[in-house]
Design a protein around this ligand. Structure first.
Ligand code: RIB
Length: 299
């Protein structure tokens, strides 16, 4: 059975419920505050494991975030590859969520930016032919990870999120699945129109499956000259945080099962829609039974 090896971030999410997301120069009071497990990497691992995949998370924490290991294990993720750095502070996110469920996120890299070369090499070398390496843009030295994985067996999926300028230096030629939202696609393609972004990315990487998510506007999928556009499910938004991560986890689990791309995208979209209806990140990802029940409610 193929495995999903996720070399990715783990964060402590500090979530503030606000009437309106603060703009430049503004101070706003929050209506409530909560701490949740997060980090795009950990969220995606949890989602893939909940969807039935065999998931191995690799990453670094400080002692303050050691509880995230229990969260991963309780969610069915193998966390043997998660290390606690005694002199480090866990990555964290400050998240504002407004009445409409929209968010604004600031991340502090912390130990997510302290992945050693040795760790990168070990993860990549442990890959078998059918395994998938899943990456997000929240750890350090992704150029190196991409370079190492290009020389090794196995498949690579990369969610280039969030963009921070480093992505301009990445060689994505070996990435088999590229998952980006419209902002990330824009940064990679130097155009702000998602239709054009998809054209640029598919032309630049003709053998790469490109999944371009657009939130409530659905998503676009491209491979070479093939194109599909899929609408989003209409749901009552509570908190959009980690909707993309729920999508990716369920999508990847489906890919690992051997489903075709459109079926995998459908699974991802249902999980993403579910996550939007719940507060928090890692905790908003559906279990398989929640997924099945929720699916029945969608038209
Ligand atoms: O995708 C949502 C995640 O982004 C949050 O959990 C936060 O930690 C940031 O990494």
């Amino acid at each position: 059975m193929p495995r999903l090896l996720n070399l990715g971030s783990l964060c402590i999410d500090r979530v503030y419920q606000v009437d309106k997301i603060a703009t430049a120069g503004e101070t706003v009071s929050s209506k409530s505050f909560a701490i949740y497990p997060g980090g795009k990497g950990a969220n995606q691992s949890l989602a893939a494991a909940k969807a039935g995949a065999d998931v191995y998370h690799h990453g670094c924490l400080g002692e303050d975030g050691a509880w995230l290991i229990d969260v991963l294990c309780d969610g069915g993720v193998n966390a043997d590859g998660v290390f606690v750095l005694l002199d480090g502070e866990t990555g964290h996110a400050v998240i504002q969520v407004d009445e409409a469920g929209q968010n604004s996120i600031v991340i502090a890299g912390g130990t997510n930016r302290r992945i050693s070369l040795d760790m990168m090499e070990k993860v990549v070398r442990s890959m078998q032919d059918d395994d998938w390496l899943l990456l997000q843009n929240e750890i350090n030295d992704l150029e190196t990870v991409l370079e190492l994985s290009a020389k090794h067996r196995g498949h690579v999926a990369f969610n280039v999120a969030p963009v921070d300028g480093r992505e301009q230096n990445y060689d994505l030629a070996n990435v088999e699945i590229l998952i980006v939202n419209e902002i990330e696609a824009g940064a990679l393609s130097a155009t702000s129109n998602p239709i054009e972004s998809l054209e640029v990315l598919c032309a630049r990487y003709p053998d790469t499956h490109v999944v371009l998510t657009e939130g409530a506007d659905g998503l676009r999928y491209g491979l070479g000259s093939l194109r599909h556009q899929l609408p989003a499910f209409k749901v009552q938004a509570v908190d959009e945080t980690a909707a993309g991560d729920a999508f990716i986890g369920y999508f990847m689990a489906s890919v690992l099962r051997g489903d075709d791309m459109l079926e995998a995208i459908q699974h991802g979209s249902i999980a993403g829609a579910y996550a939007v209806t719940k507060p928090g990140a890692g905790v908003s990802i559906p279990t398989t039974s929640q997924f099945k029940e929720f699916k029945k409610t969608l038209s």
